[in-house]
Design a protein. Structure first.
Length: 303
């Protein structure tokens, strides 16, 4: 990815609100799907959201927001964007499988630039959007401990994308150990308005629980380095909520309320034998590395 010129957009002329804020949060990748769900739910009196993305997001009603157009791969831009913020929520980058160089640049170098910029600016708390695909090859058919698959289970990436998220987690670990920063990595399941398919019955993260999770990451007292699953309190979950609980994350939503509708559309799921449902990464485990992939049928080799 080429360098994107850093632009700090004038908040007033762009129609973004400008007031005194008690707390300032930088959200990278704020124009994406998760950013769009999260921003209105993080809005609070006295809290300003500084949004950074390659592209301009829609303004969110009621939120005190300012906008930075720039790339997470531009260290200078990230240092400028981190100035004066209390915490960083890092969502920006490649959110699906892509060619190796693209994934490496946006997710590995990008996460380095975010962590390094935070450190240089004295921002001691960073929330990293990792992914279930960092641990995609864990398979419940191999057995599960009481309480479910731990959130800090060893990385078993299912794609270059998952590998980049595992690398981002390890970078977070280094910044926590070396500099005493608080870095919480979210191994996100499916953060959508509603579960997008049968996998979602186990791994859905509702928008409201997503906001609860981020609030827990922001307010936990000196968490140090943590890895937590980003899922709701789904009846069919098999990933542990213990690590989330330890930072004060208490999800309340349950994908089960969508079960009848999903089963009517996709058939009865078998969470004990179907490899799409027993592997953390589902069908992504079968995706050829480096082949652009977001969701849907897995491309045949040679396609
Ligand atoms: N949505 C989910 O269910 C889910 C699941 C697992 C992990 N995640 C992770 O959560 C984060 C957000 O996911 P999403 O679904 O909103 O993805 P998305 O693709 O909708 O949004 C990503 C945003 O990052 C921006 N971006 C890309 N490269 C950038 C760069 N170099 N600099 C600045 N911004 C850049 C894009 O413009 C986009 O707005 C991602 O890191 C993704 O890997 C999401």
């Amino acid at each position: 990815m080429g360098k994107v010129p850093y632009t700090y957009m004038d908040s007033v002329s762009q129609g973004w609100a400008v007031t005194e804020a008690d707390q300032s949060l930088l959200i990278t990748g704020a124009a994406g799907r998760v950013g769009g769900l999260l921003r209105p739910l993080l809005a609070r009196p006295g809290r300003r959201l500084r949004l950074l993305d390659l592209r301009e997001p829609e303004p969110a009603a009621g939120a005190d927001e300012e906008l930075v157009i720039g790339s997470v791969t531009d260290l200078d831009a990230m240092v400028a964007a981190c100035g004066g913020v209390d915490a960083v929520i890092h969502l920006g980058g490649q959110s699906a499988e892509e060619g190796f160089d693209t994934v490496l640049e946006s997710n590995v170098y990008g996460t380095y630039a975010v962590l390094e910029a935070a450190r240089r600016c004295g921002v001691d708390r960073v929330v990293l959007a990792s992914s279930n695909h960092a641990a995609g090859f864990h398979d419940r058919r191999d057995g599960l401990p009481d309480g479910g698959l731990p959130a800090d289970a060893p990385a078993r990436p299912d794609t270059f994308y998952g590998w980049s998220k595992a690398a981002a987690e390890i970078a977070g670990r280094m910044y926590a150990d070396k500099y005493g920063m608080d870095v919480v990595c979210l191994r996100i399941g499916l953060w959508f308005p509603r579960p997008p398919g049968l996998r979602g019955l186990a791994m859905w993260l509702s928008p409201e629980d997503g906001a609860r999770l981020v609030e827990a990451c922001l307010s936990a007292e000196r968490p140090g380095f943590r890895t937590v699953w980003g899922i709701s309190r789904n009846t069919r979950r098999w990933w542990s909520l213990t690590e989330g609980k330890s930072i004060g994350y208490f999800p309340v939503d349950d994908a089960e309320r969508f079960a009848d509708e999903l089963i009517a559309g996709h058939g009865e799921p078998d969470f004990t034998a179907d490899p799409v449902l027993t592997r953390v990464g589902g069908q992504w485990c079968d995706v050829p590395p480096g082949r652009p992939y977001r969701a849907g049928p897995v491309p045949e080799a040679g396609d």
